[in-house]
Design a protein around this ligand. Sequence first.
Ligand code: ZN
Length: 44
Amino acid sequence: MARTSPLLCPTCGDPLVFEILDDERFLVAWSCVNCGLIRTTEPV
Ligand SMILES: [Zn+2]
């Protein structure tokens, strides 16, 4: 399940999409559908 977030891609400025990988560790994959940027990090 992917959702759009209020965060913007630092490269192209499009809204990032995030997908929760691990609820217990708050591990989230952030991705940009426009330029393909992918990050795995914790939400801040
Ligand atoms: Zn982007």
